[in-house]
Design a protein around this ligand. Structure first.
Ligand code: HEC
Length: 141
């Protein structure tokens, strides 16, 4: 009888752990970024020229500056002090922000902390790639 009780407790503990882990995974799915597999290998299809960077600077000013700040340091007027927008100039974040990844961060956005999905904000893919080129140029090396 004792043995059966112990088994029951172990079983209940397992269920608890599984439920908890599934919950966490589901949460990170809805709160997190939506980056397709292989994105880190996608390079910018548009060639980067001074003119393109200038267009990117304007698009950044219209769409990103209010949160990420004029120089990309995460200090825009709409930045949430508790959940600051990432510092786009930080060289330590370069390896997790290859061109394709930055594209999908902008295209799909994020729920929490909130960053808008720019595919729903009227930007074309070409405009987003233009912004990617500009954002990559902000990083200190
Ligand atoms: C409403 C505010 C807001 C706007 C507008 C916004 N972002 Fe963000 N962005 C955030 C927040 C908050 C984060 C940090 C999320 C996190 O903690 O991972 C973020 C993260 C990022 C990251 C990830 C950086 C990293 O190292 O993890 C990139 C790249 C980025 N934003 C680019 C942009 C670009 C480009 C635009 C304009 C097209 C833009 N964002 C517009 C709030 C915003």
């Amino acid at each position: 009888m004792r043995h059966a009780n112990r088994l029951l407790i172990a079983f209940a503990a397992c269920i608890f752990v599984v439920t908890f882990v599934t919950r966490l995974a589901a949460q990170s799915d809805t709160d997190g970024w939506s980056i397709p597999e292989g994105a880190s290998k996608e390079a910018n299809p548009i060639s980067v020229t001074p003119e393109l960077l200038e267009q990117g600077r304007e698009l950044y000013g219209d769409n990103c500056e209010r949160c990420h700040g004029p120089q990309g340091r995460g200090d825009g007027s709409d930045a949430e002090p508790d959940d600051p927008p990432a510092d786009l100039t930080d060289p330590a974040r370069a390896s997790r922000n290859r061109d394709g990844v930055v594209f999908y961060r902008i295209w799909n956005g994020r729920n929490n902390p909130k960053m808008p999905a720019f595919k729903d904000e009227g930007l074309t893919k070409e405009e987003v790639w233009t912004i990617v080129a500009y954002v990559q140029s902000l990083r200190k090396t």
